[in-house]
Ligand binder design. Structure first.
Ligand SMILES: [Fe+2]
Ligand SMILES: [Fe+2]
Length: 502
């Protein structure tokens, strides 16, 4: 008996030493409680360690218990890691994706989980959740204090705060004033027009959560010296390894008279190996992800009727299903909705309803918008990308011609749609599904009909264009779509190429 427990103890010590060693190799120490949680984790411990390292900023020296526990789904491990009092009641960790080794899995979306009624309490809870989640990320990089603690005694002292941007205005003298709020109070953060960070402050968006450091006047104002966005940790994504290739598509707009049927047929012939493919790429494709606007829909914009080849929404989905059912059977197809699809317009959107799912082959995976999926261990955050409209309007240097830049701004803010109540109608769910709680390996958007590819701190950023040629409306608005171009990513090397079928 004694011998058995000695053996058990020795094993535990070995496991503990091994874990400490692995974190040390990456330059991190572990708080004892954090080590205890990892040691007693009964799931895939290697995956957990990779997730912790992947979500930790390089500036962090000691990894804390709270950071580890928020990466474990409640009930995921063999024992309760969330005893009351350990996780703050205002913090609702998004059921974060564990990273399975092989299968394609939907890890998180809104389908069947909507809690929204739309009353005042819903809004308060939604914004509290947004604040708590982003504060958690920012807290790893700054030591912030509550706004209410800035009394007279703080006058003349340098302090740091984490607040949600309630308002941004420019004074008659040309200074910028940001109204910042946290759950304890409100402060005016002043950026003088000759300050070095004035230019950077043009990137502050309403409703986002940022960190500021500056000199308090002890009377409700802070003269800002630096601004901090939550940002992605410095790259550790190379730790995620997959196999095969994934095709990223969006905005098919089947049913529109501009849907490029001929180009689609060429694409399918290539994918199914019915034409010469010297690159050998087609045979390596294991996944296809579609980030919304599967069909053109009905009544989406004034005068759409005259742009439609199919004027019945169900007939549009039947036609879309024919397009997708033609794909060879060993490819996993994942379908998310967009603003042209037959789901609620308010985001997050649930998966396409069963009444249209039934047209598609039974092995299709229907997910919501946004959604986290895993492609054999590679985590993909799919978001249709409607917020790009807001970001193009508000941020300097961001345009439809380079949608990947807007997507990088999402990553820097750790939020898919920071501005509330503009072009994107966000339902105030109890939790903010738009917070990017941990770095995905791939961020995939669509919506703007232009192709954009970038790599930001280890995250591959892809906007996948469209299958709709330029509409009359787009011609009038001088919008230049890039149709029938398919980004393909090798999940082993994370290299991206563009395939052109136009
Ligand atoms: Fe679209
Ligand atoms: Fe769209």
């Amino acid at each position: 008996m004694l011998e058995m427990s000695r053996t058990g103890l020795r094993e535990s010590l070995d496991i503990g030493r091994d874990i400490v060693q692995r974190f040390a190799e990456q330059g991190y120490q572990l708080e004892p409680e954090a080590l205890e949680i990892i040691c007693s984790y009964h799931g895939a411990r290697d995956d957990l360690i990779r997730r912790i390292i992947g979500s930790t900023d390089r500036s962090v020296a000691v990894i804390q218990m709270s950071q580890v526990s928020c990466l474990i789904e409640p009930g995921e491990s063999g024992r309760n890691h969330f005893p009351e009092g350990i996780v703050s009641p205002s913090f609702h960790p998004m059921p974060l994706p564990s990273i399975p080794s092989t299968a394609t899995e939907l890890k998180c979306d809104i389908t069947g989980r909507s809690t929204c009624v739309g009353d005042y309490e819903d809004f308060v809870r939604y914004f509290r959740d947004r604040y708590a989640k982003i504060r958690e990320i920012l807290s790893r990089r700054m030591n912030a204090r509550p706004i209410e603690s800035l009394g007279k005694s703080s006058s003349g002292r340098e302090v740091s705060l984490i607040g949600m941007v309630m308002d941004i205005r420019t004074t008659a003298k040309g200074n910028r004033v940001i109204e910042l709020e946290d759950p304890t109070g409100l402060i005016l953060a002043v950026i003088q027009k000759d300050a070095e960070i004035y230019e950077q402050s043009r990137f502050v968006l309403p409703d986002e959560v940022i960190g500021v450091t500056g000199i308090s006047d002890g009377n409700g104002r802070l003269f800002v010296r630096s601004l901090l966005w939550p940002d992605m940790p410095n790259s550790t994504q190379a730790l995620e390894k997959g196999s095969g290739c994934a095709l990223l598509l969006s905005d098919l707009h089947v049913g529109s008279k501009y849907f490029m049927d001929d180009a689609w047929q060429r694409f399918i012939l290539w994918l199914n190996g019915e034409v010469d493919d010297p690159s050998g790429l087609a045979s390596q494709v294991k996944y296809m992800v579609i980030a919304g606007d599967v069909v053109d829909g009905i009544g989406i914009y004034p005068g759409q009727e005259s742009d439609l080849a199919i004027k019945d929404i169900y007939a549009q989905y039947e036609a879309a299903a024919l397009c997708l059912n033609a794909i060879r059977k060993d490819i996993t197809v994942i379908i998310a909705p967009g603003n042209h699809d037959i789901v609620r317009q308010a985001e997050p959107q649930p998966a396409l309803p069963e009444v249209v799912q039934k047209y598609f082959r039974g092995d299709r995976l229907f997910v919501g918008n946004p959604a986290w999926v895993s492609l054999g261990g590679i985590s993909v955050l799919i978001y249709h990308g409607r917020s790009i409209d807001d970001l193009v309007l508000r941020l300097p240097g961001i345009s439809y011609a380079a949608p990947e830049k807007a997507m990088v701004e999402m990553l820097k803010r750790r939020h898919l749609s920071p501005i509330y109540g503009s072009r994107v109608s966000i339902a105030p769910e109890h939790e903010d599904h738009y917070v990017i709680s941990r770095p995905p390996a791939i961020l995939h958007c669509g919506h703007v009909h232009t192709v954009g590819i970038a790599r930001y701190k280890g995250v591959v950023v892809i906007n996948s264009g469209t299958w709709q040629s330029q509409t009359d409306f787009q011609k009038k608005m001088n919008v230049q779509p890039q149709p029938a171009v398919v980004p393909i990513i090798d999940l082993a090397t994370m290299k991206v190429r563009k395939l052109i079928f136009a």
